[in-house]
Ligand binder design. Structure first.
Ligand SMILES: [Zn+2]
Length: 159
């Protein structure tokens, strides 16, 4: 593809830049917040997922469209993981799960995001991942208060 700039100069954008632009257009995490927004800055955001089986399930989503963690600088990786661990701490405090699962897959949506998933020994999939076939019927669980979760998260991120 060849493009002309306003000044009339010929410019050939790289193939990878075009592919990335097309991917962004289709990307659900570029086109939506991705859940109930609990916290955000110019780099990433934390959203609460409405999931009755896993109350407190959150995602930490990078704001810009990047496919792999290794595309981030070392400083950015640390910055992102700081938020992931803050979310883990907040979920542990408010949902008291038996275990936390951290996952960064991106197979379906290749835009860096971390799943922070509270797990219970009697949840639908335990001890398997939440994406595996269910092991048992769902157990009703109380949902942590979203405002309390957001407040705890703000405190942890600022500390
Ligand atoms: Zn994206």
């Amino acid at each position: 593809m060849t493009l002309f700039t306003a000044g009339g100069t010929l410019q050939t954008p790289s193939w990878s830049a075009l592919v990335n632009k097309l991917t962004v257009i289709d990307c659900e995490l570029c086109n939506s917040v991705g859940g109930l927004l609990l916290w955000q800055d110019d780099f990433c955001r934390v959203v609460l997922i409405d999931d009755n089986d896993y109350p407190g399930f959150c995602r930490v989503i990078l704001n810009r469209h990047v496919k792999e963690m290794t595309e981030l600088s070392a400083e950015e990786r640390t910055r992102l993981m700081h938020k992931v661990f803050a979310v883990e701490t907040a979920i542990r405090a408010l949902a008291a799960p038996d275990k936390i699962n951290l996952a960064c897959l991106g197979n379906a949506v290749p835009h860096v995001h971390w799943h922070v998933i509270p797990r219970w020994r009697d949840d639908r999939h335990f001890p398997k991942p939440v994406w595996a076939p269910a092991e048992r019927a769902a157990m009703p669980r109380p949902k942590p208060d979203a405002r309390a979760l957001a407040l705890r998260l703000h405190q942890l991120i600022q500390s």
